[in-house]
Design a binder for this molecule. Structure first.
Ligand code: HEM
Length: 123
């Protein structure tokens, strides 16, 4: 249940971030602002679902615990990079560094999330 919430929440975040950027680039400042607020609410869903998945690992204390912690830190980094991109695009500042961070952080999170950690989609 939390896994599905988690995946839905971060997939939605990627979509919302793209919508925010398109709205900002096409000068629709108000729409961008509203969408950005929704994106920020969605961060809470990511944090809640990810935090609850992490709790399972912390309580279980199994061999994957360290990886789950690293995965979670990388997940936080994804959120930070997304927020940097959204804010900096709105201010017409350079976003290349933030995009590079987002891509690196996303690769780490998705590789550890889908590739290594077991608690996920499989029944
Ligand atoms: C936008 C950022 C994030 C992305 C893209 C992401 C991605 C993923 C993916 C792909 C999985 C695997 C799901 C599965 O196995 O079915 C996962 C699971 C997980 N995530 Fe995240 N995540 C993000 C944020 C977070 C945050 C902020 C935390 C911690 C506070 C977190 C903690 C976890 C934990 C503990 C798991 C469980 C791994 C498992 O049992 O498979 N994630 N995440």
């Amino acid at each position: 249940m939390n896994t599905h919430l988690h995946i839905t929440a971060w997939a939605l975040a990627i979509i919302l971030l793209l919508v925010v950027i398109v709205l900002q680039k096409t000068g629709k400042a108000k729409g961008a602002k509203i969408t950005h607020m929704i994106l920020r609410l969605d961060y809470l869903l990511i944090l809640y679902s990810g935090g609850s998945l992490l709790t399972n690992y912390l309580n279980g204390g199994g061999p994957m615990m360290t990886e789950a912690i690293i995965k979670s830190v990388a997940g936080l980094w994804v959120i930070v990079a997304m927020e940097m991109i959204a804010v900096r695009t709105g201010k017409r500042k350079a976003t290349k560094g933030a995009w590079i961070q987002l891509i690196i952080a996303l690769i780490i999170t998705i590789a550890l999330g889908f590739g290594r950690l077991e608690g996920g989609l499989l029944p």
